[in-house]
Design a protein around this ligand. Structure first.
Ligand SMILES: Nc1ncnc2c1ncn2[C@@H]1O[C@H](COP(=O)(O)OP(=O)(O)OP(=O)(O)O)[C@@H](O)[C@H]1O
Length: 651
């Protein structure tokens, strides 16, 4: 399943919401593709299910036919004992034998249908659950490998809705409704064949309604398809809203915005309700309409057939004779169409639902990945840690964020990246991790372009500690071991000690086995940070990135963390992004970024000597605000003004 990845497509096209929608809409024959791509391993279950479904329906048609035949040939004795499509030579000759033959065949047909229905249900359920499992794991696998650009664009709630609700909807269709659909098809064809064999003229009257029902259903499907697609999107929107709000519950409470959020959720929920109602309303017309059509067919058959039997002559243009038994078969079989045909609404409903869901799933899976292993990618074995930026330029969208970034870090060097907010520091290092690809220039690790390396070996060589590190729900031990699952307990404790985390972990109620809650909420910011550092220490990467790793903690914790960072950085290539310039004071080199360019470079002392941007930033932090040049203050307020719309925007 992992190989079901499309070839890389050059990302000239921005991965925005419109593009994602287009991918979804371009999916043709979604359910067929679902079968071909995900049903392969379970084909035999599907085949058994279809076969038993067909046979069960076929068997269920036998008792009404036998009843009609028995009325005419055994009870009324007006006709010979014959069955449609069965050679007379196969049937018994005496009345008693014919009677017992009818009894036994009826009983066998009924029991047989029950057994086959059991087989049908279990096999189709097995098939649908397997497909659901395959689809869910494959779509997750695929989604996880999509470019960061995609995750910037898509809301988590929307993705959750695809991975969870949409796959569940498939199952609903595949296990019950698909079986029903097959049975309905067999029922209509079987009934039509039997009725036509008994009396083709009356059959024409009874079955005249089928094409009308077909046209009606076609109309319903066309209109319903659009409406269901809208319903699915609105569920995604609602989920995204809820997901966002639950994630930001602290902000909502502290900003007193419960009322505002109530209103926003109400709006999304109302939109979902409205679209769902629109789709449902269609059902209110369709289902009773279909039932009315079948009732008309039943009444018409009863009127025409009844008059035919009572008067003994064919009404209107019809010719020939009709026996009571034949009329009973007609009425029983027509009556039997009512229930399954009224199910047609639900079948089409679920079918449209499943189609919309499959489009969303396959649409997600068809999004091209541009950041993946090149066909001839090489793996970095032993990493010295030489990192070279060769005239790198990059933009997230149209607009350039980095221009001509050019520097080299020798193995073991510590490089500090400083500069005003939004200058591009984090972006520089995201490119090293190949979360995005450069637009121009190249980044090389030990002389290899990062695009020629396997992603596993590149990212395995780099340890990243950010400002807010994500911890998984689980124990402290599991979180430290994350990514190096074979590390033994002694190694975990050693890493925690080096990260200055052992002491606080030992004081937790259950030590290393303490559950830290979702996202590590049961730990303080500084504790989370130290667990993340311990995790990086355990991974033992040759290259380290600290992205403002100490900015969210108090001074004492900062001291502890800084000590462990210094220890870790001693013999590795290290990049440290810092707002607090004292953190990078001892760096081998400091790069000062301004507006996506390297404005200054050198050691702390050299940069202070230059008396440029760095020296001014240093003065700000030293509290020497009065000594700042006017143009620096003017630039700073300009930059802050530029940042405001971004930072103030919610979503
Ligand atoms: N995912 C993204 N999509 C689009 N634009 C982005 C994205 N991430 C960052 N940017 C933009 O790129 C520019 C550089 O951002 P970056 O995070 O690299 O700056 P920074 O120097 O690390 O800032 P800070 O010190 O505030 O963390 C900013 O203008 C920012 O708005």
């Amino acid at each position: 399943m992992a190989n079901r990845r499309e070839p890389p497509v050059s990302s000239d096209r921005a991965l925005d919401a419109e593009y994602i929608e287009q991918r979804r809409e371009s999916i043709e024959h979604p359910l067929l593709r679902l079968f071909v791509e995900f049903g392969q391993g379970s084909r035999r279950w599907f085949a058994i299910g279809v076969l038993s479904s067909t046979l069960a329906r076929f068997l269920s048609l036998i008792p009404p036919v036998l009843l009609g035949v028995a009325i005419d040939s055994l009870f009324e004795n007006t006709k010979a004992f014959t069955l449609p499509y069965v050679p007379t030579a196969w049937l018994p000759e005496t009345t008693a034998a014919q009677f017992w033959f009818a009894v036994v065949v009826m009983a066998v047909a009924m029991v047989g249908a029950a057994v086959l229905n059991f087989v049908r249900q279990s096999t189709l359920n097995l098939f649908s659950h397997r497909v659901k499992h395959e689809v869910r794991t494959a779509s997750y696998q695929r989604m996880q490998r999509l470019d960061m650009e995609f995750f910037n664009e898509m809301q988590t709630g929307e993705l959750m809705s695809i991975l969870s609700n949409d796959t569940n909807r498939l199952e609903q269709f595949l296990d019950s409704m698909m079986g029903e659909a097959i049975q309905l098809g067999v029922l209509i064809l079987g009934t039509a064949a039997i009725l036509t064999a008994i009396n083709p003229q009356l059959a024409a009257v009874t079955l005249a309604v089928i094409p009308v029902a077909g046209a009606f259903t076609y109309w319903f499907m066309r209109v319903a398809e659009e409406r269901y697609a809208d319903v699915r999107s609105s569920v995604g929107d609602l989920n995204s809203r809820l997901e966002n709000n639950l994630g930001g519950i602290e902000v909502i409470k502290s900003s007193n915005t419960e009322g505002y959020e109530d209103e926003r959720v109400r709006e999304h929920s109302y939109n979902y309700f409205r679209l769902d109602w629109l789709a449902l309303r269609l059902n209110f017309v369709y289902r009773p309409g279909l039932e009315a059509l079948i009732s008309i067919s039943f009444v018409l058959t009863f009127v025409v057939g009844g008059l035919w039997v009572i008067t003994g002559t064919a009404p209107g243009p019809l010719t020939g004779t009709l026996s009571t038994g034949d009329l009973v078969i007609f009425l029983l079989l027509t009556q039997r169409l009512v229930e399954p045909l009224s199910q047609m609404g639900t079948i089409v409903d679920r079918y449209e639902d499943a189609k919309a869901s499959t489009k969303r799933i396959l649409g997600l899976m068809s999004i091209p990945v541009s950041i993946e292993n090149a066909p001839d990618a090489t793996a970095l074995d032993t990493v010295a840690g030489r990192v070279e930026y060769d005239d790198v330029s990059f933009g997230y969208g149209e607009e350039r964020v980095l221009h001509d970034i050019d520097f080299t870090a020798e193995p073991g060097d510590t490089v500090g990246l400083v500069g005003p907010t939004g200058a591009g520091k984090t972006t520089v290092l995201k490119l090293l991790l190949r979360l995005y690809d450069v637009d121009e220039g190249a980044i090389r690790v030990d002389g290899h372009d990062v695009r020629d390396l396997t992603l596993e070996s590149l990212r395995g060589a780099i340890g990243y500690v950010g400002q807010e590190n994500f911890l998984f729900d689980g124990t402290v031990r599991e979180n430290i071991r994350y990514g190096k699952f074979d590390a033994d307990d002694a190694a975990v404790i050693e890493a925690a000690k080096r990260a200055e985390a052992h002491e606080f972990i030992a004081n937790l109620p259950e030590g290393y086995d303490t559950d830290i809650g979702e996202r590590g909420v049961k730990l303080s910011g500084g504790q989370r940070q130290r667990v993340a550092i311990a995790r990086t220490i355990l991974q033992d990467p040759a290259i380290l990135i600290f992205d403002e790793a100490t900015s969210a903690v108090d001074t004492e914790t900062e001291l502890l963390i800084q000590r462990s960072i210094d220890d870790l950085a001693a013999d590795r290539t290290t990049f440290a992004i810092a707002h607090r310039l004292s953190t990078v004071r001892d760096a081998d080199r400091v790069l000062v970024l301004d507006d996506g360019r390297i404005a200054e470079r050198g050691t702390h002392e050299e940069l202070i000597g230059e008396d440029g941007l760095y020296a001014n930033l240093w003065r700000v932090q030293a509290g020497e605000i009065g000594d700042l040049p006017e143009e620096f203050v003017a630039r700073a307020s300009e930059r802050v003004a530029q940042q405001t719309p971004d930072s103030a925007g919610t979503d």
